[in-house]
Write a protein that binds this ligand. Structure first.
Ligand SMILES: [Zn+2]
Length: 319
């Protein structure tokens, strides 16, 4: 029998019970919406999101719809009760802060938001006045993710109208975790990974296969970079990759000294290169003295693997 182990188990059990005691607790008093549901805010939202559904802003269309009047976009739910730029003044500590302090004291010091789910009970109309309560909904057992080991914390925000009827609800989940030990030190750090998506990963795959591609619209033939799903010239979504010749000109450049990111060498020149085909790309120079950089100089594009997973284009500047 190991006394030390059972002590650790007891500590863990006590911590878990302490953590669970926060579940179901409401965080602070109900928060009132600063404004009633109103047309100007709906208009700004629709413009920002690009939502042209007429039931949100066109009274005639809304009257003819199943709603018979203007309704607010359901996904605006959270916006109606947001505090704005000035933080709300809260007196005393809330159960949420106490829970965070408990997690901090066990070294769960990092946080990342993971997901959010909204439920709508009814459509909101101009004139509705909301308030919101926040409750600690659930706390998961300890889980290990790629980020580190921690607990998923779900808070639930319930939204009520002027008659105290619930109109919607939102579950917001974060993970509070102990950061995993860094695998890389400054000396063997790899270059930062590009943010790849469905729309641009093909371009990086091309580089891995030693090809520098430019995207060409098959409808209007316009070339474009960076890669994207829609032609900015004719809005066609049909495109094909064409291989660049690999020559260009320095349009402009900066030499960065700070902040220094592991995996890159400083001072680090960053160049805007006009490819001879007419598109512009950002890249670093290679086999080039900083003194030889100048706007208008010709460059050859060199594809170079920076590690096993990443090949990037670099500009070799002519003397
Ligand atoms: Zn086009």
């Amino acid at each position: 029998m190991s006394t030390a182990t059972s002590q650790t188990d007891q500590d863990k059990q006590a911590f878990w019970q302490q953590l669970q005691s926060f579940v179901g607790k409401e965080i602070g008093p109900p928060q009132p919406a600063p404004d009633e549901v109103n047309i100007p805010m709906i208009r700004h939202w629709c413009e920002a999101i690009g939502d042209n559904n007429p039931i949100y802003l066109d009274s005639a269309a809304a009257a003819a719809s199943i709603h018979q009047q203007i309704v607010a976009p359901p996904t605006m739910l959270q916006a109606w009760v947001m505090a704005g730029i000035k933080p709300r003044v809260v007196s005393g500590t809330s159960p949420y802060e106490e829970m965070n302090q408990l997690l901090f004291s066990h070294n769960f010091t990092s946080v990342v938001a993971t997901n959010c789910e909204q439920t709508y009970d009814r459509y909101l109309h101009p004139g509705d006045r909301l308030s919101m309560t926040t409750t600690i909904d659930s706390i998961s057992p300890e889980k290990t993710t790629a980020l580190g080991t921690g607990h998923f914390i779900t808070t639930r925000q319930d939204y009520f109208d002027q008659n105290n009827q619930r109109v919607g609800s939102m579950l917001f989940r974060i993970i509070r975790f102990r950061p995993a030990a860094r695998k890389e030190t400054a000396s063997n750090a790899v270059r930062p990974r590009p943010a790849t998506t469905h729309d641009n990963s093909w371009w990086f795959d091309g580089l891995q296969n030693a090809k520098l591609f430019i995207q060409r619209c098959t409808k209007c033939q316009a070339l474009r970079f960076p890669p994207g799903p829609v032609c900015p010239t004719c809005v066609s979504m049909d495109w094909e990759p064409v291989e660049a010749v690999g020559t260009g000109t320095i349009h402009s450049f900066v030499i960065t000294h700070y902040p220094q990111v592991p995996g890159l060498e400083y001072p680090l020149p960053v160049l805007l290169i006009d490819l001879d085909e007419g598109v512009r790309m950002v890249m670093n120079p290679i086999d080039t003295d900083i003194a030889d950089l100048a706007i208008g100089k010709k460059v050859d594009i060199v594809l170079r693997a920076t590690d096993d997973e990443l090949t990037l284009p670099f500009a070799k500047v002519h003397k």
